[in-house]
Design a protein around this ligand. Sequence first.
Ligand code: NYM
Ligand code: MG
Length: 207
Amino acid sequence: MRGALIAIEGLDRTGKTTQTERLLAKLKELNITHKLVKFPKRDTQIGKLINTYLTEKSFDLNDQAAHLLFSANRWEVIEEIKKDLQDGTVVILDRYVYSGVAYSAAKGLDFQWCLSPDIGLPKPDLTIFLKFRQSENASRAGFGDERYEVAEFQEKVKHIFENFSTNSEWSPLYVDGLSIDQVHGKIWALLQKYLGGLDNGLQVFSI
Ligand code: NYM
Ligand code: MG
């Protein structure tokens, strides 16, 4: 049996980090072997470049090059993730391929082109997409600190994320008006059937 690959996706300031932390605490409490990988993974060489790109607006990088860095940042750690899955570890991803495509395509890059460098990466067994009916995220504390954290741009990203809603592993979760505990409860309910291990092979992203 292998561990499940679970992605948590969403716009900026929708509570992904808070929720992944809650999830980790719960998995720990239940002694379920697990691991969290947050993308971009900012502590690798490539990740450091990405961090500079996101936090220093003067760091001028062409959109395609920036896109490929985000993808390279996934490829550089994927073998380790696959090994963990094989060992039965539940791997939780805070953002993944979907963010990669949505944020870059929102800048005007071609959708398929954006997906291409990620082709061959394992597909999550479940992707929970945290979303607001309204653009509530733009009024949350901390919003606006980094590149992309602009309400108008977030609307575009939101729109592109919708392209994934036909994927079978895609689970949208409306968080409007819900407390942290309530959202956690809903995420936990979605996760239940993936926690006991899976015996099917991993799917991969394809055209
Ligand atoms: N982001 C994240 C991308 O543009 N492409 C990607 O492939 C990934 C994984 O990084 N605004 C963007 C979305 C976010 C920003 O992510 C930083 P976070 O989760 O806020 O640290
Ligand atoms: Mg952010």
